[in-house]
Write a protein that binds this ligand. Structure first.
Ligand SMILES: [Zn+2]
Length: 169
């Protein structure tokens, strides 16, 4: 992961178990641990909120509201913060459903994520879109959701496994 040790600048620290950087010269150790992330299926009547991604990875593909959990933040707090930042709305009846895993390549670094999936409801349609992150906010009926168009495999898997939870007309 690093060409040089961040502590003593020796070349080629070893990288093992797909997560551990270890410098044999000075003993420096850094764990590139799995990052926690959330994604929320927000239901609005007989529609679901689906986003079109405005940035890489997966720019132009579909996504659910969500993102990486900040230090000192619970998964539920992260859901509410991300939904507020991406959509400018609050949600009710937020509940945890299941988890999955993913890889998230970002600017040359590959992050391994543990994705926590939630379902929530909203009645506020006054979206304030965060322009750089979200290209488009879609309100889709169940038969309009194209599972093959999502940026991340774990989200497709979650939606397939909980297809009965998606509202329909
Ligand atoms: Zn070192």
């Amino acid at each position: 992961m690093f060409s040089y040790c961040p502590q003593c600048q020796s070349p080629h620290p070893e990288f093992t178990d797909n997560k551990r950087t270890h410098c044999l010269s000075c003993g420096f150790v850094l764990y590139h641990n799995t990052a926690a992330a959330v994604a929320v299926l927000v239901k609005s009547g007989n529609r679901s909120i689906i986003l079109r991604r405005g940035r890489e990875p997966g720019k132009g593909l579909l996504d659910l509201p969500g993102g990486f959990v900040d230090p000192g933040e619970s998964a539920e707090e992260c859901c509410r913060r991300e939904i507020w930042e991406e959509l400018g709305i609050s949600v009710t009846k937020l509940r945890y459903i299941s988890s999955g895993y993913n890889i998230y390549p970002y600017k040359g670094v590959t992050y391994n994520t543990c994705d926590l999936f939630f379902i929530a409801e909203c009645c506020d349609m006054n979206f304030v879109r965060q322009e750089d992150e979200v290209d488009e906010i879609l309100l889709l009926g169940k038969d309009e959701i194209q599972l093959g168009q999502f940026a991340f495999e774990s989200i497709t898997k979650f939606l397939k496994e909980h297809w009965m939870e998606i509202p329909e007309d």
